[in-house]
Ligand binder design. Structure first.
Ligand SMILES: *[C@@H]1O[C@H](CO)[C@@H](O)[C@H](O)[C@H]1NC(C)=O
Ligand SMILES: *[C@@H]1O[C@H](CO)[C@@H](O)[C@H](O)[C@H]1NC(C)=O
Ligand SMILES: *[C@@H]1O[C@H](CO)[C@@H](O)[C@H](O)[C@H]1NC(C)=O
Length: 546
């Protein structure tokens, strides 16, 4: 917008009440948008694919959903515990740009499962319950694809496990209920199963406060695993614990059912020699909360975050106070390098009927601000997102929010927090139209460009207002698998503070170097954003490969 136009627009605006309100209230705190009142199923698990479609599923064994399967597609499953013949869907593909969805067919129970995108863009999802507990299911991005299932694809049952894509292109699948071990998919080495005593040590009897462990691929190639209230660094190749981290101060559990959330903070200076990595864990429920919640007493959730430099020789937790207590929060890395803390409740725990006091306001965490100035409360939604809700970043910078099914069945009435079939989007305030003049638009490379490790790349972009040359950063964000308040495989890399070349007429080039190794960024699809003065462009998909 030209300055004259802005002036004209503001003048017009002062005469109109709704416009005035928008200008003066919308620039802070973000906005909510109801995308779909019902997609027929509950968004318990979500994964964005490289065609801007989101695969969503809940579970097969809790009755009929509100979406019919196409004719001839009914599921016949003699082992299902609810409906052996089921003509309703429990999975959908949501098309982000056109805001539509179609029913997909899962054959076995996907409840409380896990997954990751493979280097070629396929979603490989693993495990679940009952007849689904050792399944591997594959979803290939295409116009009319559906789930393909592999029987006995897993060596052990995987229910509440966590997956991480690895530098060698395999997934590691860690833990799950009563499984104190890990395995890989695909399997190209024997043995099939590797013991992990850390998972039995952190398994509190009768509570199992170590499910859906928080796994992050460290910059040294080892796997950081946090369960209950402490963490290890695992050399998964040699099945050796190479570092033990101190317990999180206070000692309260942060993993399911005391569900908090966790991110690996954006990786910076990735070409440099002494690369650092930090993990942030926020929220959860105090020790003892789960058994009390089951008995009807809902303790206040934790209001703290712990931050730790996992690459430090002597790593220590630094604790910070959130503005609100929260359990079952999702943490999402935004393209501008901030962390969105969204969904969840202020009391109780994860598990059926165990949560109370929904927290409707997201919070933004600014990792680079000084302590005390990092949290910023955002505008609230109206829809509680309790147990079994999820959130994923979209290519346009919005965050898709769905789910909330805290009951054993699809109960829409007669219960506290009825089953939610809706989808919403939260738009952080960087999407406000007031920032359009400084927002970059990527012109090249083209969507889905193949890029190589260490490749030097010129990104061309346009921007209406003159670009502040030292305020341009290019970020890569890996699309994550979201369920039970944890986004598996979430990863962000800042490609540096780059040299910007002015081409004239609002066009610019910025030169970046792609990540040097698959340890820093496993091969696969990433969203790439140009960020100018903290305002991100729309992302483009790139494919990073050896
Ligand atoms: C589910 O479908 C039934 C029947 O079509 C409808 O009456 C009900 O409103 C739907 N519930 C929700 C929550 O969408
Ligand atoms: C929950 O209630 C049961 C049955 O009354 C009781 O035995 C148990 O101690 C209670 N648990 C807690 C944590 O209060
Ligand atoms: C929830 O739904 C199930 C299955 O339809 C039903 O048996 C149960 O009574 C419902 N619960 C409530 C509280 O309505």
């Amino acid at each position: 917008m030209s300055p004259t136009f802005i002036l004209f627009f503001l003048l017009l605006c002062f005469t109109s009440q709704p416009c005035r309100r928008r200008i003066f209230t919308s620039a802070a705190g973000g906005q909510w948008q109801l995308l779909q009142k019902s997609i027929g199923i509950s968004g318990m698990h979500m994964q964005l694919l490289n065609n801007d479609k989101v695969i969503i599923f809940d579970r097969t064994d809790f009755g009929k959903s509100n979406l019919s399967l196409p004719d001839g597609k009914c599921r016949n499953d003699p082992h299902d515990t609810a409906l052996t013949v089921d003509c309703t869907a429990h999975s959908v593909e949501y098309n982000v740009p056109v805001n539509t969805f179609r029913a997909l067919t899962v054959q076995t129970d996907v409840w409380c499962s896990s997954g990751a995108l493979m280097p070629d863009g396929r979603l490989v999802q693993t495990g679940g319950f009952n007849d689904g507990e050792r399944r591997v299911r594959i979803f290939t991005p295409c116009e009319s694809c559906d789930w393909v299932e592999i029987e006995n694809g897993l060596a052990a049952r995987r229910w509440y496990a966590t997956n991480q894509i690895l530098p060698d292109g395999r997934q590691i699948i860690v833990g799950g209920r009563r499984e104190f071990n890990y395995e890989f998919y695909p399997k190209n080495t024997a043995p099939d199963l590797f013991k992990l005593p850390f998972l039995s040590e952190t398994n509190e009897r009768g509570v199992e406060n170590n499910l859906y462990p928080f796994c992050h691929l460290n910059v040294d190639g080892n796997l950081f695993i946090f369960a209950n209230n402490r963490a290890i660094l695992l050399d998964y190749v040699n099945n050796r614990v190479v570092k033990m981290y101190p317990s999180i101060p206070g000692g309260d559990p942060r993993s399911y059912p005391s569900t908090g959330s966790s991110v690996l903070l954006p990786l910076k200076n990735i070409q440099g020699p002494a690369l650092e990595a930090e993990v942030l864990i926020c929220g959860g429920a105090p020790k003892g909360s789960y058994l009390l919640a089951v008995n009807g007493t809902f303790l206040p959730a934790l209001n703290t975050c712990g931050r730790i430099k996992i690459t430090d020789p002597n790593p220590q937790w630094v604790m910070e106070m959130m503005p609100q207590a929260r359990v079952m929060d999702d943490m999402i890395l935004l393209p501008d390098g901030t962390v969105l803390i969204i969904n969840g409740a202020a009391a109780g725990t994860a598990g059926w009927e165990n949560g109370r006091d929904p927290v409707l306001n997201p919070v933004i965490y600014r990792p680079d601000n000084p302590i005390g100035l990092r949290f910023e409360i955002q505008n609230p939604t109206t829809i509680p997102r309790m147990y079994h809700s999820s959130a994923v970043l979209l290519r346009d910078g919005r965050v898709l929010v769905g789910g909330s099914n805290p009951h054993i069945y699809y109960n829409f009435t007669g219960v506290l927090f009825p089953t939610e079939l809706s989808l919403e989007a939260f738009s952080p305030d960087y999407l406000d139209f007031l920032f359009n003049n400084i927002r970059p638009t990527i012109i090249a490379p083209a969507n889905l460009a193949n890029l190589y490790y260490g490749q030097k790349l010129t990104i061309r972009f346009s921007c209406d207002a003159p670009v502040v040359q030292d305020r341009v950063v290019v970020t890569l964000v890996a699309p994550s698998f979201s369920t039970h308040s944890f986004s598996m495989n979430q990863r962000q890399l800042a490609l540096g503070n780059n040299m910007v070349i002015v081409l004239g007429m609002n066009f610019y080039d910025v030169e970046v170097t792609m990540p040097p190794t698959a340890v820093l960024a496993p091969s696969g699809n990433y969203l790439m954003f140009v960020v100018h003065q903290n305002i991100p462009s729309q992302g483009i998909w790139i494919h990073l490969q050896p």
